[in-house]
Write a protein that binds this ligand. Structure first.
Ligand SMILES: [Zn+2]
Length: 201
């Protein structure tokens, strides 16, 4: 009877070791797959992970220790897709023309590509890079107005991030609010539309 108990204990211990090892190995596997496309579903949102290669021009790999806000941007490139913009960020590692990136890009069909993990800083919002998540939005024309698909994904993504990081409406800002830059243009040109967006969250 005693021996059996000992064997059982050993068995349980063995199983625990296996489970723990598999867990650690599993986590490692995910983090090393940063260049592959993975699809995640968060609160009914489909988010495609296409993390950039770590490089000084678009993904520094520097830690983002706390998240105090979300900054909304527009791409300033009418008609370009989320994938186009993601590829532009990625190619900066070879072109070295500028340093820019964003955690998320929302496309014209409402698709969402995540370029940077949320525990790393992106290069989008100047002196607020250190404590905010950035979202770039695609737009069909020069007015910078988001179409319905992009707008709705932005609402859902911001709402999901607000609840994850315990943020309120005052923490959701435009790039304009950081630097005075006309970004996102439509929400700078029409402040009432920005108010409407904030009130919809
Ligand atoms: Zn911007």
């Amino acid at each position: 009877m005693v021996k059996k108990k000992k064997r059982l204990k050993k068995g349980i211990l063995f199983l625990l070791v296996i489970i723990l090892t598999a867990g650690i190995a599993g986590g490692y596997y995910i983090t090393t797959r940063h260049n592959d496309i993975e699809e995640y579903n968060v609160d009914g949102l489909s988010i495609q992970h296409q993390f950039l290669t770590v490089n000084p021009y678009s993904r520094s790999g520097k830690n983002l220790p706390r998240i105090k806000g979300i900054v909304v941007h527009y791409t300033a490139n009418p008609g370009s897709t989320a994938q186009n913009n993601r590829n532009y960020f990625e190619n900066l590692k070879d072109k070295h023309t500028t340093s820019v990136s964003s955690h998320f890009i929302i496309g014209l069909k409402g698709e969402i590509i995540q370029c940077i993990p949320l525990n790393e800083i992106a290069y989008a919002s100047n002196n607020r890079n250190k404590d905010t998540i950035s979202i770039e939005c695609c737009h069909p024309d020069k007015s910078g107005k988001f179409n319905d698909e992009t707008y709705q994904s932005l609402q859902k993504l911001v709402q999901a991030l607000m609840s994850t990081y315990h943020l309120d409406k005052n923490d959701i800002i435009r790039h304009y609010d950081v630097t005075g830059k006309s970004c996102p243009k439509y929400f700078v040109d029409y402040p009432k539309e920005w108010e409407k967006f904030l009130n919809s969250l």
